[in-house]
Design a protein around this ligand. Structure first.
Ligand code: SAM
Ligand code: SF4
Length: 469
């Protein structure tokens, strides 16, 4: 397992060159008359959402307007996820279906990027079996997208750029954000943890933090632009700064962002339980802009399974951690990730997961059935439990969590909360509490992007209902 690397920062000159490619692509596109159209389709996590905003930013600079139509698009970019097999199959199915759009519009440029493209053998598979795909690049090459697209616009051959890499840090790429209220703010990339089931360290490279001054500059710009809800992103935000001697640690970074003047909320994800602790919770409690929510994946309630997962904490230390967090913030919303059916997990071990869920009473859970990922240690561990049995365990876990979520939501009824109105859903405006709970309220769309006070009047397993005060 290799966890040291040489930091590679993409230089200003390298970025200037990409700027030039964008200008040249824009010129080519302007000569076509009507602006060409592009579609970016995103699978997977928030980091991918943030990367897609950069892809859209670059496409806009190259003269593209966005479309939702695969038939109309001149360029289609599919930003893929490799975390579970199911997402990969969906990607391959959807890419396969694009042979029809390509046939109807032979000039269409189909691009695949993201984690799945960085997996061993995937680029080769696309090259041989998906001949309508013109461009494949991994997460480490995202900043070179203008160069690749320009080559194709000039009639160049198919491009496959997925060489193995520890990853780089790129500052200054344009970003076309999806929302004018909520923003992703990556603070670090990659992962050093090598949980035995997870493909992320292999495809996203080593942990590398952005410099605090760059993160703070972006945070200030977001606040000045009116963003009200900023989520700091990293696979393990608690190891922020460890690769950059002299930079603040994650808690100090949070406190610095909290000092930026303005009315906004700071969220972050994800925290690894082995690195979260008292300093983080006390800082959260002191920072009035820090949302009262922590996503703290526990993955399993069994110490044997946690050890086989290489998670490096125990059931007991996890429980101590959640108690400590709630000690500092009694109103804290706690959410988590769980894997059911890790290779070799027994029913008794699965029941330890259930008992942990009963004990902690999470507000919400993201639940996954183990998916073997090629090249990870867990993929070659004996896995005798049938898929049907794992599904039965999974259903028991969901039923338990749904009951807890329903009870916890019911306890909100009658209470008053400050929420951020962040969207609409049918006749309702949607809003989020500081803890990230969804509240549906009736009101004017003019309230979008504002903080409001609501009284909770009803609830179900998934959401709260309220009235504006
Ligand atoms: N870095 C985050 C952490 O450690 O909590 C999580 C990142 S991962 C993209 C999100 C979640 O996917 C994990 O917390 C885990 O529950 C789940 N996951 C990852 N690999 C998986 C696999 N091979 N099978 C099933 N679920 C998996
Ligand atoms: Fe994957 Fe573990 Fe890293 Fe999270 S901490 S990205 S689960 S290896």
């Amino acid at each position: 397992m290799k966890v040291s690397y040489t930091r590679r920062e993409i230089s200003k000159d390298e970025l200037m060159l990409q700027e030039r490619f964008m200008a040249e692509a824009a010129e080519l596109n302007a000569a076509r008359g009507a602006p060409p159209l592009a579609l970016v389709d995103t699978y997977g996590c928030q980091q991918n959402e943030a990367d897609s905003e950069k892809l859209r930013g670059m496409l806009k600079k190259m003269g593209y307007e966005m479309t939702a139509s695969e038939q109309e698009a001149d360029v289609i970019v599919i930003n893929t996820c490799a975390v579970r097999e199911h997402a990969e199959q969906r990607v391959l199915g959807n890419v396969g279906a694009l042979t029809h759009t390509k046939k109807a519009k032979p000039s269409q440029i189909i691009c695949l990027c993201g984690c799945m493209m960085q997996e061993a053998g995937m680029a080769e598979k696309i090259k041989n079996s998906y001949r309508h795909v013109s461009l494949v690049f991994g997460p480490h090459e995202l900043w070179r997208f203008p160069e690749f697209l320009l080559k194709l616009l000039r009639g160049g051959k198919r491009i496959f750029e997925t060489s193995p890499s520890d990853g780089c840090v790129t500052e200054g790429l344009p970003s076309a954000r999806d929302s004018s209220v909520k923003a992703w703010l990556p603070i670090m990339y990659g992962c050093n943890n090598f949980c035995s089931y997870c493909v992320v360290p292999y495809v996203r490279g080593r942990e590398r933090s952005r410099r605090a001054e760059d993160v703070l500059r972006e945070a200030r710009a977001l606040v000045e632009a009116g963003y009200k809800d900023i989520t700091l992103l990293g696979q393990n935000v608690n190891s922020y700064g460890k690769d950059l001697p002299g930079e603040p640690d994650f808690s100090d970074l949070l406190a610095e962002i909290n000092r930026i003047p303005g009315d906004f909320l700071i969220r972050f994800m994800t925290s690894h339980p082995k690195d979260a602790g008292e300093k983080l919770f006390s800082t959260m409690a002191k920072c009035e802009k820090c949302a009262r929510h922590i996503h703290l994946p526990f993955q399993s309630g069994s110490n044997r399974v946690l050890s086989a997962m290489n998670r490096r904490y125990t059931r007991e230390s996890y429980l101590e951690l959640t108690d400590m967090a709630r000690g500092y913030m009694p109103d804290l919303v706690l959410t988590s990730d769980v894997i059911v059916g890790f290779p070799g997990e027994t029913e008794a071990e699965f029941e330890e997961t259930l008992s942990l869920v009963e004990r902690v009473r999470f507000d919400a859970l993201f639940t996954f059935i183990f998916s073997p990922r090629r090249g990870t240690p867990a993929a070659s561990m004996p896995d005798p439990v049938s898929r049907e049995e794992k599904q039965r365990w999974f259903d028991r876990l969901i039923a338990l969590q749904n009951a807890v979520s329903e009870e916890k939501h019911a306890a909100y009824v009658g209470s008053v909360h400050r929420v951020l109105i962040d969207g609409e859903d049918g006749e309702y405006l949607t809003a989020r509490t500081s803890g990230g709970r969804l509240v549906r309220v009736l009101g004017s769309r003019a309230l979008y992007g504002s903080f409001q006070r609501v009284r909770v009047t009803g609830s179900n397993t998934w959401a709260l209902y309220g009235e504006l005060l």
